[in-house]
Design a protein around this ligand. Structure first.
Ligand SMILES: [Zn+2]
Length: 410
């Protein structure tokens, strides 16, 4: 057992002072220090500096570790131009990211206080890097392929990747399933993958309604995807409409990424099925896609969380940066309330969406915790300042283990 005494603790409803935390892999007890010492006299004790704030570790539910090589190769500003540049640079993007490159991406997240991430694995090449990552990992094996004739081969490939991830035996590693998108996956494949999701109670995620091209293609097999699919695979129409696609997920609570072009009817379906929307503000901005309509999601009681997407559409993997960009992009949202919602979106709400017992400093939760060095006593507006100031992260605990320790940056 260990006991940590920070100056402040960020709880869900308040900032507490004068409390300590006794923890092992999970948070056992939160109480005044003398009480904890009495309960656990042999515990190893740590007292943190003045103005230290202990808060939940951050959760990045959507990243693509395999695509971490990009710095400046890809074309930004327009979704289709970006997609063509991804295809054109495929070899460099994939070949250019060896295990070292992928480990660096995991370490970058750790530096930024991310204690859990969900990665979309297209090829299974990131498995070793994710197994050796210090964080909790939800490993989403991706299904992709719109041609019925290829379905069996693609499904077999998916199954072998899924099996490889299921054979990993380490604490905090969760095999899961990703469906690439409604435009790129044949319904036959989706149904087969969803059967596994249900039978084995796995988490499921999908990209949904990211671009105008996707909207046009799903609505009437037209728009910029027409030429794309014609050239690429001689495909002349979509494999399902958005409605048909969403209906497949009605019984599986799904994490849907982007959702910036969804219409009212689709959002009603999302609400009814209790799906979660993943907001990737920087990725959307860089690829020329609209800003997510968060007010509409709130009105419909749809849970939304915040993630970085991969380095193929971002310049860093940092949820503090992501929250800051979001805070400024949603300039109509009430500042403090929105800042608090953003923090929930990288902690407790992300944990709930991923079905993990973390994301909150509370008894019984996994001890995934970070320590920030504030410069003075927090005010009522702490949420805003946590996002604006990017305080030094001096300690990172994952499942109770001190995983990272840095010096104060003063
Ligand atoms: Zn993505």
């Amino acid at each position: 057992m260990k006991i940590i005494t920070p100056h402040y603790i960020l709880m869900r409803d308040r900032v507490s002072t004068n409390l300590s935390i006794a923890f092992d892999k999970t948070i056992e007890k939160i109480a005044p220090l003398d009480e904890l010492i009495e309960m656990y006299p042999d515990a190893q004790r740590t007292t943190l500096r003045e103005n230290s704030l202990l808060m939940p570790g951050l959760i990045n539910a959507h990243v693509h570790i395999e695509f971490s090589a990009n710095k400046t190769e890809l074309s930004y500003g327009d979704f289709m131009s970006w997609l063509y540049s991804v295809i054109e640079n495929r070899e460099e993007l994939i070949g250019g990211c060896n295990i070292e490159c992928m480990k660096n991406a995991c370490d970058m997240m750790l530096e930024n206080g991310i204690t859990t991430f969900g990665t979309i694995s297209s090829h299974g090449m990131d498995l070793d890097a994710c197994v050796s990552a210090k964080q909790n990992v939800v490993y989403f094996n991706e299904v992709i392929g719109s041609q019925a004739t290829m379905a069996d081969a693609l499904y077999a490939d998916f199954l072998s990747r899924l099996d490889a991830s299921k054979s990993v035996k380490r604490e905090g590693f969760y095999p899961a399933v990703a469906i690439h998108s409604p435009y790129s996956v044949h319904p036959v494949l989706i149904k087969k993958a969803l059967k596994i999701v249900k039978d084995e109670k796995l988490k499921i995620t999908a990209h949904f309604m990211e671009s105008q091209a996707e909207r046009d293609w799903l609505d009437n097999s037209n728009g910029e995807f027409k030429e794309f699919f014609h050239k690429l695979v001689k495909q002349e129409s979509n494999v399902s409409s958005a409605k048909e696609f969403l209906e497949l997920f009605n019984e599986s609570e799904t994490l849907l990424t982007h959702v910036v072009h969804a219409n009212e009817e689709e959002l009603n379906t999302v609400a009814k099925a209790k799906h979660t929307v993943i907001h990737c503000p920087i990725s959307n901005r860089l690829l020329g896609n609209p800003t997510l309509n968060i007010k509409e999601l709130n009105d419909k009681n749809i849970r939304w969380i915040v993630a970085t997407d991969g380095l193929s559409s971002n310049y860093k993997l940092d949820l503090f940066e992501e929250m800051k960009m979001s805070l400024f992009m949603h300039s109509d949202a009430p500042l403090l309330k929105f800042a608090q919602a953003l923090l929930d979106g990288v902690t407790i709400h992300a944990a709930q969406a991923l079905g993990l017992n973390t994301g909150e400093i509370a008894e019984g939760k996994n001890a995934d915790m970070i320590v920030l060095d504030l410069d003075k006593e927090p005010t009522q507006e702490l949420a805003i300042h946590l996002i604006l100031h990017r305080y030094n992260i001096s300690k990172v605990y994952i499942n109770g283990t001190l995983t990272k320790e840095t010096n104060e940056s003063h």
